[in-house]
Design a binder for this molecule. Structure first.
Ligand code: GDP
Ligand code: MN
Length: 360
């Protein structure tokens, strides 16, 4: 008893007594982290970085999600690291576990094949649950229902620069629904049929395909000389996707009829288990095909690292002004390297002028 009392910092005393965690930022938004109890230290690293670089000025609430209950230690340390309020949600079994319509034999067979061909996380059942959850369920968790915008954070990431603005506000004022900082190529073996399944969906539901979509980002082109006129000819999926460990997005996009129908189509196709479909290409295909390209935003000036890749503002002036702690010439900076899809995004032309950058 005495041990418990001396060991346990009372988060209540600290939060109620000494600290004002009332929200200052004016957007209806949360920072969300899906995380396991044993990742506490890395979760705190990410939190420390994002709090110092952005959130301590705004005190947006944090939402933590887990497929098992959070430990008291996890709750205590993260609620003290957060400048704003914190909430902890337990994911319902149906949103996490492999659905019963997945054929057991076929699933086991595909696991075996992926292990044999050394696919990253090929052996993991929980990774597949996680990818399906992030594709179809994070935005409909009970704790998320009250919010319009989310900022996804993972353990062990770093934000290199001061934000200097409220990214949620930027999203709303500029009509942005999805944003990214790193775009790269997916491992082909994890999604052999995802693109074709997606095309089937849009063939059956053409009304969901946005007329000003970003399909150009998803398909490489071969330049064909045709009587001295160069013509872009779209090929198959080029595997380009926005890296979803960083996302700031509009939850109402994911809750829209079009996205929900798309997710259910993929879910029924079974590729989250028969293959190893990641939530990153799923979110990307949806955003690129269902949104106006001007609704997708590339946050070029935040600076971010999630191993093994990072992004760092290329302008020395911006790096100095925003107190960035990154080296643009570092080999982890993906930007315009050959595995980056950023040049493809620039060519796609999703750029728009941003309003109200300097305002709280
Ligand atoms: P990677 O970034 O693709 O290498 O995968 P991570 O291991 O970082 O997982 C992605 C995100 O899902 C991270 O936020 C993890 O903490 C979280 N995550 C992965 N697997 C599980 C799991 O089984 N349970 C919970 N609660 N979170 C998980
Ligand atoms: Mn990760």
């Amino acid at each position: 008893r005495a041990k418990l009392a001396s060991n346990s910092y009372s988060q209540k005393i600290l939060l109620d007594g000494n600290r004002d965690n009332a929200q200052i930022g004016t957007e209806n938004a949360t920072i969300v982290m899906l995380v396991r109890n044993w990742e506490l230290d890395s979760a705190l690293e990410s939190m420390r970085s994002l709090e110092d670089r952005f959130n301590k000025k705004y005190r947006y609430p944090w939402t933590f999600l887990n497929d098992v209950p959070f430990d008291p230690e996890f709750i205590e340390a993260t609620s003290l690291m957060a400048s704003g309020a914190t909430e902890y949600g337990l994911i319902p079994k149906d949103d996490w576990e492999r659905p019963s319509f997945i054929n057991e034999t076929k699933f086991e067979q595909s696991l075996k094949e992926m292990i044999e061909s050394n696919v990253l996380y090929g052996e993991s059942r929980s990774y597949r649950n996680m990818c399906r959850f992030n594709s179809g369920f994070f935005f409909r968790q009970e704790l998320m229902k009250k919010y319009d915008y989310y900022f996804r954070v993972e353990p062990n990431v770093e934000y290199y620069c001061d934000f200097e603005y409220d990214p949620f506000k930027i999203m709303r004022l500029n009509g942005k629904k999805y944003s990214f900082v790193i775009a790269l190529h997916e491992y082909e073996e994890t999604i052999p049929t995802l693109y074709d399944t997606t095309m089937d969906f849009f063939e059956e539901n053409p009304q969901y395909l946005h007329p000003n979509n970003s399909k150009f980002f998803l398909t490489d082109t071969s330049m064909m000389a045709n009587h001295a006129i160069k013509v872009d000819v779209p090929n198959d999926y080029n595997l380009c996707h926005f890296w979803s460990n960083f996302e700031i997005g509009d939850l109402n996009f994911f809750r829209s009829e079009s996205y929900l129908k798309y997710f259910e189509y993929l879910n029924q196709a079974g590729g989250f288990y028969y293959e190893r479909w990641g939530d990153a290409p799923v979110h990307t295909l949806a955003a690129a095909l269902m949104l106006d390209k001007s609704e997708i935003h590339y946050f070029e000036d935040l600076g971010y690292f999630h191993g093994p890749f990072g992004n760092c503002p290329s302008s020395n002036g911006i790096r100095l002004q925003k107190r960035c702690m990154c080296d643009y010439s570092d080999e982890s900076v993906i930007d315009i390297s050959s595995h980056s899809c950023l040049p493809r995004w620039w060519k796609t032309g999703g750029k728009t002028f941003l309003k109200d950058k300097g305002v709280l």
